[in-house]
Design a protein around this ligand. Structure first.
Ligand SMILES: Cc1ncc(COP(=O)(O)O)c(C=O)c1O
Length: 426
């Protein structure tokens, strides 16, 4: 394992911009920034929502479109092994989550994958009627659970925990079939103790489904060690797969035989090209395929995973914690008078790779910041979110971003009416 040489927690925070530049110079991850195509003059703190584009992506898409589609046409399904992209991408993703080959499939969206795995898990616990989730989960997770209960599992009930892990544990009992939680909360950035919660669920005889949308690629994850049953996540945030890139699902090998995909599309069939009208599921993770994969949408992800294959996760995590510590320190030292509340836990064991600030004027402040070249985002009703992607964000970025925020708050610039105009996508 490579030695971690980024600034350690005991080291004082840089006192000026030159100190940040010196830290960036010493950063062993600094060259990864050049593997991404980021616009100049922009500080990008939204990689937790849409990751930056790997610089190799346009050429990969050009090859896929020109050589694959235009020239070789339908022959590319075989010649370029397009059909196996969901499995091949899953194999490339597996090491990032401590999964074995054959346990990960890249397909569909997180919402659809959650539905598939929820159905599979509930069928594996037929005598239990309770699903435990969390009140502050990302809405789609709760919507999928609610919809499944309404349409297919009418006798079941959903109980919702608060943010703390103890609250989850107290809700888990003899009737719990499934515990379905986010590893990192999309608003607060709080990181759950995956191993401990999974253990508590298992001790009660329940299964777990983890949503890793806000952790995979930014936080070390080992689903095997934590003995996780099922997991889902997207690839367009920290994994830089591009807007709307296909999501992934994980099924522990020990459950593969028993777990059933409710969406019995032709590509999950044991022999899709036999065109048998009777459904017979594949014996492998491919049983969780549904329909034709969006081939071109996989190509950026493969480029990004090449970058991850060259990066050391312990270094990424160390730098992410340094950046978020430094950002919190700057907010508290420079912006104390402006009423921001740091909502993200201080404890490293409870922090993902983002910092959330509560402020009643979060929307116009975010818009003013974006105009100043610092891109974060807003989550209703009152949160400014800043994602720190250690592959391409540096200490000087933290300095400059907090300096820009200070200027906006001191000048009152955020009060300009145009910053209050609402937009469809936040
Ligand atoms: C925790 C979490 N789950 C799910 C989703 C979205 O899922 P989908 O890929 O189905 O849009 C998001 C999107 O931001 C998310 O943050």
């Amino acid at each position: 394992m490579t030695e971690v040489t980024v600034a350690q927690a005991s080291e004082p925070f840089p006192a000026d911009r030159a100190g940040c530049e010196a830290l960036d110079q010493r950063d062993p991850l600094r060259d990864f920034r050049f593997r991404f195509d980021l616009p100049s003059g922009v500080i990008y703190l939204d990689g937790n929502s849409l990751g930056a584009m790997p610089a190799a992506v346009p050429a990969a898409l050009e090859r896929g479109a020109r050589n694959g589609w235009a020239e070789r046409l339908i022959r590319s399904w075989n010649e370029l092994d397009w059909h196996n992209l969901p499995v091949r991408a899953g194999e490339r993703l597996a090491p990032l989550m401590g999964a074995a080959p054959g346990e990960v499939l890249v397909a569909d969206t997180t919402s659809i994958n959650l539905y598939k795995l929820l159905f599979a898990a509930l069928q594996m616990r037929p005598d239990r009627k309770t699903i435990v989730s969390e009140r502050n989960n990302f809405p789609t997770d709760l919507h999928i659970l609610q919809g499944a209960l309404k349409t297919s599992f009418a006798g079941h009930r959903l109980v919702l925990a608060e943010d703390d892990d103890d609250g989850v544990r107290t809700l888990i009992g003899a009737d719990t079939a499934v515990v379905c939680l986010s590893h990192v909360n999309y608003r607060s950035g709080r990181l759950r103790d995956m191993k401990a919660v999974t253990k508590a669920a298992h001790e009660a005889g329940a299964l777990v489904i983890w949503d890793l949308c806000h952790s995979l690629g930014a936080v070390p994850v080992d689903l095997g060690v934590a003995e996780v049953d099922f997991a889902v996540g997207c690839t367009y945030k920290y994994l830089n797969g591009g807007p709307g890139s296909p999501a992934w699902l994980y099924v522990a090998a020990r459950h593969l035989q028993q777990a059933t995909n409710p969406l019995t599309g032709w590509q999950g069939h044991a022999a899709p090209f036999a065109f048998d009208i009777n459904y017979a599921p594949a014996a492998t993770i491919e049983k969780f395929r549904v329909g034709t994969p969006p081939v071109l949408s996989y190509l950026p992800l493969l480029e990004s995973l090449q970058i991850f294959a060259e990066a050391e996760m312990t270094q990424l995590r160390a730098k992410s914690l340094q950046l978020t510590d430094f950002f919190i320190h700057r907010v508290e030292s420079e912006l104390a008078e402006f009423g921001f509340e740091v909502l993200t836990p201080r404890d490293h064991d409870e922090r993902g790779s983002q910092v959330a600030l509560g402020h009643e004027q979060a929307w116009p402040i975010t818009q003013a910041l974006i105009e100043a070249g610092v891109i974060g985002d807003f989550r209703a009703p009152d949160i400014l979110r800043f994602g720190f992607t250690p592959l391409y964000v540096g200490y000087t970025d933290v300095w400059d971003a907090t300096a820009a925020l200070t200027t906006i708050m001191r000048s009152g610039q955020w009060r300009e009416p145009r910053f209050s105009v609402k937009k469809l996508v936040t």
